[in-house]
Write a protein that binds this ligand. Structure first.
Ligand SMILES: NC(=O)C1=CN([C@@H]2O[C@H](COP(=O)(O)OP(=O)(O)OC[C@H]3O[C@@H](n4cnc5c(N)ncnc54)[C@H](OP(=O)(O)O)[C@@H]3O)[C@@H](O)[C@H]2O)C=CC1
Ligand SMILES: O=C(CO)COP(=O)(O)O
Length: 326
């Protein structure tokens, strides 16, 4: 298996910028690609990205809008929003000259197709080796070099392990896995569940409700995982329970913050990506197609679409028939 000396990060948002810092700290030669020429030039000269304010971008990271140049890297990380991942990989595919690993770093499920991120990569770039990186990791924490642990999964264990070697450092600890689907489910579902918990906190429903909702959210994430063949250690691992705990308990989370604003009856913060908003409708479609009950996620989707008020959704959850805990 070849060593991965060079890394290109596609998408210069908060997460892409943090991941470029990760790869640079791990000793890789790093390119950060931004789709907008002026945006790339501005980041390259100021070493500052307004999407991740206050974090200085290391001088050795090359910031560019040249996709052909980025595509020559030994491995690629895609850090666009989930619904734009296909578009980004489509553009990239024509520049790929060999079967490189493409690591999805977005958390979500594609609208319309119900496909997870690595399936989208496999379709858009059939010769690539798809992988997924996910886990409890705020871009700001990661960029600042605070200790973080995530899961990195690929079909081939040796590949997953080599990708971990390429990105790991004393402050960024990826664990390798071959359970791609398990990792993808956790990352997608936890954003929806974090909106639910944010709503409960915004509504001042109390710490007991926050714990109950997080736990019942985990129960439905587990049910979906089981239906789609995820391994239980993945669901209880960093990319599942780990990321759920982080996102359902922190004001730093944009998904939690969206829920918080809704619960308070305020206008949600503008211009901040909250993937759960886009994942909610497709998550419940997917769950329905698998006959999996996800009442908390359904409540979030109903509130976001205007089909239900917050109070009706809370009452709906609390008055479901009593049942055995599973
Ligand atoms: N922020 C975080 O803490 C973490 C985020 N993630 C995940 O990473 C993904 C990206 O999030 P994040 O970086 O925070 O989001 P941001 O909103 O900060 O940035 C998104 C970036 O994607 C770029 N982009 C959008 N569409 C395209 C496209 N079609 N082609 C290329 N680039 C595109 C945007 O470019 P432009 O600037 O030109 O609009 C922007 O730079 C999400 O799925 C998120 O869940 C995962 C872990 C942590
Ligand atoms: O995925 C994340 C942390 O692991 C980031 O969460 P938010 O997108 O809710 O900010």
């Amino acid at each position: 298996m070849p060593a991965f000396n060079s890394v290109a990060v596609i998408g210069a948002g908060a997460w892409g910028t943090a991941l470029a810092a990760v790869a640079a700290r791990a000793g890789r030669s790093v390119t950060l690609w931004a789709r907008n020429v002026e945006h790339a030039a501005r980041i390259a000269s100021t070493r500052d990205n307004p999407r991740l304010p206050g974090v200085r971008i290391a001088p050795e990271i090359v910031v560019t809008s040249d996709l052909a140049k980025s595509a020559r890297a030994d491995m690629l990380l895609i850090a666009t929003p989930a619904q734009h991942l296909r578009g980004a990989v489509n553009m990239l595919a024509s520049h790929l000259t060999r079967p490189v690993p493409i690591v999805a770093c977005a958390k979500g499920i594609e609208h319309g197709t119900h496909k997870f991120m690595t399936d989208v990569i496999a379709e858009a770039a059939p010769h690539a080796q798809p992988a997924i990186l996910s886990g409890p990791s705020f871009a700001d924490d990661v960029a600042r070099g605070l200790p973080t642990a995530v899961t990195l999964a690929a079909k081939d264990e040796a590949l997953a392990s080599n990708l971990v070697q390429a990105l790991g450092s004393p402050t960024f600890r990826p664990y390798h896995s071959t359970d791609i689907r398990g990792v993808e489910i956790g990352g997608a579902a936890k954003n929806v569940l974090a909106i639910a918990v944010g709503i409960a906190v915004g509504r001042k429903l109390g710490a007991s409700a926050q714990a109950a909702l997080t736990t019942r959210g985990f129960a439905e994430l587990t049910r979906l995982g089981r239906a789609l063949g995820a391994r239980s250690e993945t669901i209880t691992g960093l990319s599942g329970l780990g990321d759920l705990i982080l996102t359902c308990s922190s004001l730093q989370s944009r998904n939690f913050a969206l829920g918080l604003a809704l619960g308070r009856g305020e206008q949600p913060p503008a211009g901040r990506l909250a993937e759960g908003e886009f994942t909610a409708p497709v998550l419940i479609e997917l769950a329905a197609s698998q006959n999996v009950e996800m009442p908390v996620s359904e409540a979030v989707a109903s509130i976001l679409s205007g089909r239900s008020t917050i109070d009706a959704a809370i009452s709906g959850l609390m008055t479901r028939p009593f049942k055995a805990e599973e």
